[in-house]
Design a protein around this ligand. Structure first.
Ligand SMILES: NC(=O)c1ccc[n+]([C@@H]2O[C@H](COP(=O)([O-])OP(=O)(O)OC[C@H]3O[C@@H](n4cnc5c(N)ncnc54)[C@H](O)[C@@H]3O)[C@@H](O)[C@H]2O)c1
Ligand SMILES: [Zn+2]
Ligand SMILES: [Zn+2]
Length: 345
């Protein structure tokens, strides 16, 4: 049996690089030679086996990783879509194809949703078996590293698309990978002004490079005052919440303008208390939850924008490491100095 290198979460306490069999390609799967795979906060949660990971329906052992790009080298007998030789990026949301949402053009929020790299083995490995539907062929011109971040980039593109940012004053809260990609997407889609808030100066510097006009640090600046002052006292037309910070989210309602739109992407680790009358009802705030990408409308738009050079992901990719240096990647991501870390298995 041919073996491959893979980063495996073997037990709650252990993550290790192992040599395991190359996965077999099931009838509705394709086998992908992984060329680049990106580290995501979710991988850190599973590695740390925190309360979220413990409750996420994960079965160990698990090959970590869900954001990736590679080449299809084998196709299952009943697999539709990608063909051998295609360059593909992986869509993480694995829908059932049968439920109400799946039949209503909302398969990204399938009622029986499973996630690649969480509920099935992932892509921090030389090869990955990927549900055929989720192996999205992409143009060859898109570099593997960029293909590997199309999953989070697509989430951010949607978070900027749904609240209609064209001509708007937009605040992006949190400049991790999702927030930085949202800054880029908001600019691409024609936002008039992009504010970006983060507590990390390194990440704010990248936000500026990705097109933020007003980087603000809540540890130093009164964020609401900055936004209100720059918008004639009205506040931001659009807020894209990508920090997951309860405090930042609560504060953002102070500078969302009346009639404004708020896209919620970040996942606060605990319940949040809001004064709904003041913050939402009288304000007529339009709150939009965003979970991943529309399959596959978001992907098509993203490919077009990447191909035309109008959307750039590269500045958020700060490190490319061989998979052997996985621990270094995790340390870099945790330090807040790195943004997107890519492994090349
Ligand atoms: N909805 C979805 O489909 C989806 C997909 C991926 C990630 N997420 C969530 O989106 C969020 C962002 O993901 P990420 O990978 O960029 O995470 P990340 O942890 O790298 O980024 C969060 C950023 O928020 C900043 N931050 C913390 N407190 C802040 C504050 N008070 N004000 C401003 N910024 C603050 C941090 O410094 C960090 O840069 C996370 O909560 C993640 O769980 C949601
Ligand atoms: Zn991810
Ligand atoms: Zn479904």
């Amino acid at each position: 049996m041919d073996l491959m290198q893979a980063l495996v979460k073997t037990s709650p306490a252990t993550t290790e690089l192992q040599r395991i069999p190359i996965p077999e390609c099931g009838p509705r799967e394709v086998l992908v030679k992984v060329r680049a795979a990106a580290l995501c906060g979710t991988d850190l949660h599973i590695h740390e086996w925190n309360p979220w990971a413990q409750g996420a329906g994960i079965q160990l052992p698990l090959v970590l990783g869900h954001e990736c790009c590679g080449d299809v080298i084998a196709v299952g007998s009943d697999a539709k879509g990608a063909r051998s030789g295609d360059k593909v990026a992986v869509e993480t949301h694995v829908p059932c194809g049968e439920c109400y949402q799946c039949r209503s053009d909302e398969q990204h929020i399938c009622n029986n949703l499973r996630l690649f790299g969480i509920h099935m083995n992932g892509c921090f490995a030389e090869y990955a078996a990927v549900p055929a539907l989720c192996a999205k062929p992409i143009p060859k011109e898109i570099p593997y590293e960029v293909g590997a971040v199309m999953e989070p980039l697509g989430t951010a593109l949607r978070a900027a698309t749904e609240p209609r940012v064209a001509g708007a004053n937009v605040m992006v809260v949190g400049c991790g990978p999702i927030g930085l990609f949202a800054v880029a997407a908001a600019n691409t889609l024609g936002a008039a002004t992009v504010f970006a808030a983060d507590i990390s100066p390194a990440r704010l510097a990248i936000a500026r490079r990705m097109g933020a006009t007003y980087p603000v640090n809540p540890l130093q600046d009164d964020v609401a005052a900055v936004v209100l002052q720059a918008t004639g006292g009205y506040g931001a037309d659009v807020v894209i919440e990508a920090s997951g910070s309860v405090e930042a989210l609560k504060q953002s309602f102070r500078y969302l303008r009346k009639g404004g739109r708020m896209a919620l992407v970040g996942l606060p680790g605990k319940p949040i208390e809001l004064e709904l009358g003041k913050e939402v009802v009288f304000k007529e705030a339009n709150i939009i939850g965003i979970h991943g990408r529309k399959m596959f409308e978001t992907w098509a738009r993203m490919e077009n924008l990447l191909a035309s050079g109008k959307l750039a992901a590269a500045p958020a990719i700060t490190h490319v490491l061989p998979l052997e240096r996985w621990q270094e990647g995790i340390d870099l991501a945790r330090s807040g100095q790195a943004c997107k870390v890519i492994y090349t298995p």
